[in-house]
Design a protein around this ligand. Structure first.
Ligand code: AMP
Length: 359
C-alpha cells in the first residue's frame, strides 16, 4: 500500500516521501480514506502510531479541493498542551510544504499579541489549545464561521485537564455543518458521551486494543526500595550507556529533585513540567532532542504527546496514579513500527497500590 493509492495528491505524497515514510501506518491506512470521504471519524490511537499524519494529510487534501475565499480558519485542531499543539502544527507545516495552505498555532503561556497579528492575516488551518483559543475569541481575534473541519486531538487528555467547558463553548460557536474528527488514546464513558453529541454516524478507527500498549514496546519491572531509586537510575543510565532516556515522576517537585540529583551524579538532566515557563520547556526539549541532555524528567501532563523521534528508553521512576497514564507514558518509546523499552522502578508500596487497583 502507498500514500498515493489512498487517494492523496502528488504534493502530499512528495511531502511524506521527504520524511522518509515508505508506507502508511495502520491508523493512516484506515483514517486517511475515511477523512477524505468527508465523514466524521472517531479514532482510538496513541501517540507513536502516526495519527497526526493520519488526520493532517487528508484534511489538507480536502482544503486543496476548494480554495479559501475568506480569512479562515477552515480547519480547527484542538490539542491539550502547548507542546502537542506545537508538534501538530509542525506536522501541518511539513506536510503542506508544497501547497499554498497557511497555518498557525496558538497556545497559552506566551504573549497573545503576536498570535492576534498572525490571525489577522488570514489562514487555513489553526492549531490551538482550548483556553487560549477562547481568550482570542473573546478579544475578537478569531472567528469560527468558516470552520469546515474540527479535530479534537488527544481528547481524553483534554478532558483530564479540565478543558471540557472550553471545548463545549467552542463547539457551540462552530457552524453546524462541518466534519468532525475525534482522536483519543482511550475511550472512557466521558469521551463516549462527548463523541455522541459531537459525531454524526462516525467511521470508527481502531488500531491497538482499548487501553493496551502497542506491542512493539518491551516492558519490564525492577523491584526496588524507594530510597534506592535515584542511585539505581544513575547506575542504569551509566551501565547501559543510555544517551536519551525519558523519565517519569508523579510530581513536579519530584521531577526537580530527581533532576538535581542526577546532575550531581554527573548525568546531564532537565525537568519539564507545568511550573516551568514555556521558554524553559522548549529549551529542555530541544536540548534533549539534540543530545545535550541525557535524561529528560517529566510529569504526565507535560510529557503527554511529546514527539521525540526514535526514543529507545522510557523509565517510570514512579508509577502513575491511573493505568491510562502508564499506557501514555510508555507510548513515548519507539515510533511507528519500531520497538522500544519501558522500565518501571517499583517499590513494595507502589506494587501494593497497583495490585489493589487491578483487583
Ligand atoms: P504520531 O503518532 O502522529 O505522534 O507520530 C509518531 C511518529 O511517527 C512521528 O515521528 C512521525 O514522524 C512518524 N510517522 C508518521 N507516519 C509515519 C509513516 N507512515 N512511516 C514512518 N513514520 C511515520
Amino acid at each position: 500500500m502507498s500514500f498515493s493509492s489512498l487517494g492523496l495528491s502528488e504534493q502530499l505524497v512528495r511531502a511524506t516521501a521527504d520524511q522518509g515514510y515508505e508506507t502508511p501506518s495502520p491508523i493512516q491506512a484506515k483514517a486517511i480514506p475515511a477523512v477524505l470521504s468527508g465523514r466524521d471519524v472517531m479514532a482510538a490511537a496513541q501517540t507513536g502510531t502516526g495519527k497526526t499524519a493520519g488526520f493532517t494529510l487528508p484534511l489538507l487534501q480536502r482544503l486543496a479541493e476548494n480554495p479559501r475565499t475568506g480569512k479562515g480558519p477552515r480547519v480547527l485542531i484542538l490539542a491539550p498542551t502547548r507542546e502537542l499543539a506545537a508538534q501538530v502544527h509542525d506536522s501541518v507545516a511539513l506536510y503542506s510544504r508544497y501547497m499554498p495552505t497557511k497555518s498557525a498555532v496558538v497556545f497559552g503561556g506566551v504573549k497573545i499579541n503576536p498570535q492576534m497579528m498572525k490571525l489577522r492575516k488570514g489562514l487555513d488551518v489553526l492549531v490551538a489549545t482550548p483556553g487560549r483559543l477562547m481568550d482570542l475569541y473573546q478579544q475578537n481575534a478569531v472567528r469560527f464561521n468558516e470552520v469546515e473541519i474540527l479535530v479534537l486531538d488527544e481528547a481524553d487528555r483534554m478532558l483530564d485537564m479540565g478543558f471540557i467547558r472550553d471545548i463545549r463553548k467552542i463547539l457551540a460557536l462552530l457552524p453546524a455543518k462541518r466534519q468532525n474528527l475525534l482522536f483519543s488514546a482511550t475511550f472512557s464513558n466521558e469521551i463516549r458521551g462527548l463523541a455522541e453529541g459531537l459525531l454524526d454516524n462516525p467511521v470508527q478507527v481502531e488500531v491497538a486494543a482499548r487501553n493496551t500498549a502497542a506491542e512493539s514496546i518491551k516492558q519490564s519491572v525492577y523491584p526496588v526500595d524507594q530510597s534506592q531509586k535515584t542511585a539505581l537510575l544513575s547506575k542504569l543510565v551509566r551501565d547501559n550507556g543510555w544517551e536519551q532516556v525519558l523519565v517519569f515522576t508523579r510530581t513536579k517537585h519530584g521531577a526537580n529533585r530527581l533532576t538535581q540529583k542526577l546532575e550531581r551524579d554527573g548525568i546531564t538532566a532537565a525537568a519539564i513540567h507545568g511550573n516551568k515557563s514555556q521558554g524553559a520547556r522548549t529549551r529542555a526539549l530541544a536540548d534533549f532532542k539534540q543530545g545535550e541532555v541525557r535524561v529528560l524528567v517529566a510529569t504526565d501532563i507535560a510529557a503527554r504527546g511529546l514527539d521525540i523521534k526514535q526514543l529507545p528508553q522510557v523509565v517510570n521512576f514512579e508509577l502513575p496514579n491511573v493505568p491510562e497514564d502508564y499506557v501514555h507514558r510508555i507510548g513515548r518509546t519507539g515510533r511507528a513500527g519500531e520497538s522500544g523499552h519501558a522500565l518501571s522502578l517499583v517499590s513494595a508500596d507502589e506494587a501494593r497500590c497497583w495490585r489493589a487497583l487491578k483487583g
